[in-house]
Design a protein around this ligand. Structure first.
Ligand code: NAP
Ligand code: ZN
Length: 351
């Protein structure tokens, strides 16, 4: 065991504050990573504030599942990494490897999945601790290779926001010529726009923030709709092949279902704590479907990183020191981030 610096919260109402946590000594399959940048996902905020009833938070919590860093040491059986390599870690750090989900490459649905934080820690007891820290030890099967041409602060968010949007875009066959909507221009949404644009789709952004219009176009949107304007919404009725909904709070999903073409699909990746109401007729008319998606498997996460390397795609980030993390959470609640906070972990050294 060794100690590392971290930021943790001790209750749903306590601010994140400096702490010391223990990491395990390396087993033969482990990779030790010095964390350089960690993105702030809205899921971190939902978890720190214990907003999801189905997933109670265990305190203290050290959040962070958008991790990029440099390998400092590897176990004797590790083959994919050596000290000095760049490495990424996302939302998962272990799974059973033997269930049908794992065998099919869908580790994210493994019944024995270990999440990067707030999951039972099979090695140390207690719960796992995430990336708002100096260093982490992860089984090499859950460590990703990072394309060398990408800027690291903007790579970190690819490990959650990137894969969470890439996976459903691929699953629902987004290619050139498809009309794709992205609802909510936050961390996930802006990655959805960049990726769908790179896949050749005609991308329409739905935003509640008129001041994000110019950015949306710069990020790769072909059109921008201010979703509170019903006339603007009406113009797109019945026209979308696919809509990706990234909104973090309760909103009217029927307004978007009605924009789908026949057999169109809307996929929820946003995880509002309160239920969304669906009118049967929004689905019945046009044989439309509503589904969800959870991050992506490890092989697909690597595919996404390689795709981003080829297309030179990273997140647009505001780099902050860890000492500004509570302020960043307040801004996240107000949708005031362009478009992801990325914590420079060098700032932890002064704690
Ligand atoms: P974020 O950066 O805060 O972005 C959310 C965006 O939703 C905001 O920027 C805003 O966009 C829009 N929005 C917020 N409140 C709204 C409201 N009341 N009505 C309508 N629109 C609203 O959050 P994020 O990190 O992208 O995460 C988004 C959601 O995805 C969270 O619930 C998170 O937990 C979830 N998530 C799910 C997965 C998964 O695997 N399924 C993975 C990661 C995150 P505009 O200003 O453009 O309207
Ligand atoms: Zn996330």
């Amino acid at each position: 065991m060794y100690n590392v610096k971290a930021y943790s919260a001790t209750s749903a109402t306590a601010p994140l504050a400096s702490d010391t946590i223990a990491r395990r000594d390396l087993t033969e399959n482990d990779v030790q990573i010095e964390i350089l940048f960690c993105g702030i996902c809205h899921s971190d905020l939902h978890m720190v504030r214990n907003e999801w009833t189905g997933m109670p938070t265990v305190y203290p919590i050290v959040p962070g599942h958008e991790i990029v860093g440099r390998v400092t040491q590897v176990g004797s059986a590790v083959t994919k990494f050596k000290a000095g390599d760049l490495a990424g870690v996302g939302c998962m750090v272990e799974s059973d490897g033997s269930c049908p989900q794992c065998k099919a490459g869908f580790e994210q649905f493994c019944p024995n999945l270990t999440l990067t934080y707030n999951s039972t820690d099979k090695h140390m007891g207690g719960v796992t601790y995430g990336g708002y820290s100096d260093s982490i030890v992860v089984d090499e099967r859950f460590v990703l290779r990072v394309p060398p041409n990408l800027e690291l602060p903007g790579v970190a968010p690819l490990l959650c926001a990137g894969i969470t949007t890439y996976s459903p875009l691929r699953h629902w066959g987004v290619t050139e010529g498809k009309k794709v909507g992205v609802v909510g221009l936050g961390g996930l949404g802006h990655m959805g726009v960049k990726l769908a644009h790179a896949m050749g789709a005609h991308v329409v952004v739905f935003t509640t923030s008129p001041d994000k219009k110019e950015d949306a176009l710069r990020l790769g949107a072909d059109e921008v709709v201010i979703s509170r304007n019903s006339d603007e919404m009406e113009k797109h009725a019945g026209s979308f092949d696919f809509i990706l909904d990234t909104v973090s709070a309760k909103h009217d999903i029927n307004a978007y279902l009605n924009l789908l073409a026949r057999d169109g699909n809307i996929t929820l990746v946003g995880a509002p704590p309160k239920p969304l109401e669906v009118t049967a007729f929004s689905l019945i008319m046009g044989r439309r479907s509503l589904s969800g998606s959870n991050i992506g498997g490890i092989a697909e996460t690597q595919e996404m990183l390689d795709f981003c390397g080829e297309h030179n795609i990273t997140a647009d980030v505001e780099v902050i020191p860890i000492q500004k993390v509570n302020e960043a959470y307040e801004r996240l609640v107000k949708s005031d981030v362009k478009y992801r906070f990325s914590i420079d972990m060098a700032s932890l050294k002064s704690e």
